[in-house]
Design a protein around this ligand. Structure first.
Ligand SMILES: NC(=O)c1ccc[n+]([C@@H]2O[C@H](COP(=O)([O-])OP(=O)(O)OC[C@H]3O[C@@H](n4cnc5c(N)ncnc54)[C@H](O)[C@@H]3O)[C@@H](O)[C@H]2O)c1
Length: 437
């Protein structure tokens, strides 16, 4: 047994701070409120429902993850959010149209009490929406300081002993890292000079990390996936993670592709198309925001299939991803995949997937798991990129120079082994020779 990682206890309340109070955030918060009241179960949440096997298969030790590592309890969570619209959480949930009225009505009191703080917003980065609830004066550095004040005030008023921030705001327009993102010094200079390459999400992340608050990115844009933020996270000893929640179609992709590869079946093409009609779909209708999404959606297949190692099977894949904004469907997205594969002697076959999913229903438990695990990582002294949380992301962040792991089964093993490692338990290799000695 290795030494147990020292983990500070999860005492007191955990404050969850969320930029963006739209479909995902309201579904997450309403869900936690419903579960606390015994009105629903936390389906889809690994922290709440999954077990972790310890020791040999014959040992019969499989505690729930939440009993194995010290996580904050659902009753200890308090919420704060920012949005460009003034709607409280109840009104925003009604507009998002994910949860039905009979459930929302029962939660009206706690949800109405949550009013969004004024957002840091810039329409250069999110083209299709605009709203009144914004901080509109000062430089980008002034805005970062206003966010730090928000964070400090929230902590004091809510009585939270610890905080975690998770971006559930709109997807920003595609940008790659610019010179201003090279070092922390460059970035701080850029904040003072209003550098146009600094996006609102980066200002939130800067404020969080400066305040010692872990930051996870649920959208595909860069934010903490650049050298300046990684430097700040290390300096402040704060965990960061991202990017882009792995929910509908990419979730399916990372289930199917490792299966095909495990049997050495070839792939010639994968065409994916979606219709969705929520606000996220509207924002993604803008080519700049879609480009951010396209990057994370496309990267998974290439990484899983490793065409450089298996050129006969995966060298010439035609991979296309489309998102179409189609208002009648609201949050109830439909994602189609046509997969052209080939087998023995090159004979072609096809797989069709029609996933009638609900985006925010799939995303909400990921938000819960991420904030609980980020808080755990913080208390365990784990700073910088949390690669063990790749399981939750379409575009997992890694240390510079490392390729990300996209195979969901490897990701889950990595996650559970990290928990075993934290608690000084043997890692599970699945070798199994010991049962036959
Ligand atoms: N639902 C999923 O399955 C899923 C999967 C992967 C990623 N995501 C990402 O999660 C994010 C949230 O998705 P959603 O469906 O809730 O979207 P949404 O459009 O319903 O909500 C986003 C909210 O963010 C607000 N916002 C935009 N810019 C802001 C800013 N600078 N500060 C504060 N608020 C801001 C908007 O006003 C809106 O209310 C999106 O970026 C989406 O791409 C969602």
């Amino acid at each position: 047994m290795r030494e147990i990682t020292k983990i500070a206890p999860a005492e007191g309340k955990l404050g969850i701070l969320i930029p963006g109070m739209g479909a995902v955030t309201t579904t997450f918060i309403a869900g936690v409120e419903a579960i606390r009241r015994g009105m629903a179960k936390p389906i889809g949440s690994v922290t709440q429902l999954s077990t972790v096997r310890l020791g040999k298969r014959t040992d019969g030790r499989s505690p729930l993850i939440k009993d194995f590592v010290p996580l904050a309890g659902l009753n200890d969570l308090v919420f704060g959010a920012w949005d460009i619209f003034e709607d409280n959480c109840f009104e925003a949930a009604q507009k998002a149209g994910v949860l039905e009225a009979p459930l929302l009505d029962k939660l009206k009191e706690p949800l109405s009490a949550l009013r969004p703080m004024k957002a840091v917003f810039d329409q250069e980065f999110v083209k299709r929406i605009n709203g009144p609830n914004v901080k509109d004066k000062g430089t980008k550095m002034d805005k970062a300081e206003m966010l730090m004040d928000d964070i400090g005030n929230f902590k004091q008023n809510s009585g939270a002993s610890r905080l975690a921030m998770i971006w559930c705001g709109s997807t920003e327009v595609y940008h790659t890292a610019a010179p201003v993102h090279a070092t922390l010094k460059d970035f701080e200079c850029g904040l003072m000079k209003n550098d146009p390459e600094i996006s609102p999400s980066q200002i939130y992340a800067y404020a969080a990390l400066k305040s010692g608050v872990p930051y996870a990115n649920g959208a595909p844009h860069l934010t903490v996936d650049m050298p300046a933020m990684m430097e700040l996270a290390r300096e402040r000893e704060v965990p960061i993670a991202g990017k882009d929640f792995k929910t509908g179609q990419t979730f399916m992709k990372t289930l199917i592709a490792p299966g095909l590869k495990s049997r050495m079946l070839g792939l010639s093409g994968w065409f994916s198309t979606n219709i969705l009609g929520n606000r996220d779909g509207e924002v993604l209708d803008d080519p700049g925001s879609f480009r951010s999404k396209e990057e994370t959606k496309l990267s998974a297949l290439e990484q899983i299939l490793q065409p450089e190692l298996y050129p006969d099977l995966y060298k010439n894949i035609y991979h296309k991803v489309r998102i179409n904004y189609y208002p009648p469907r609201g949050d109830a997205k439909e994602g189609w995949d046509n997969i052209d594969i080939f087998g023995w002697l090159g004979y072609p076959m096809q797989i069709k997937v029609d996933f009638l999913c609900r985006d925010s229903i799939l995303a909400a438990p990921l938000v819960l798991d991420l904030v609980l695990f980020m808080d755990l990582a913080q208390r365990a002294g784990m700073r910088g990129v949390q690669e063990w949380l790749s399981f939750y992301f379409k575009g997992p962040m890694t240390a510079p120079g490392l390729y990300p792991e996209h195979d969901i089964f490897i990701q889950l093993m990595k996650l559970k082994n990290t928990l075993r490692w934290m608690q000084g338990e043997e890692l599970i290799t699945h070798l199994g020779q010991e049962y036959y000695d």
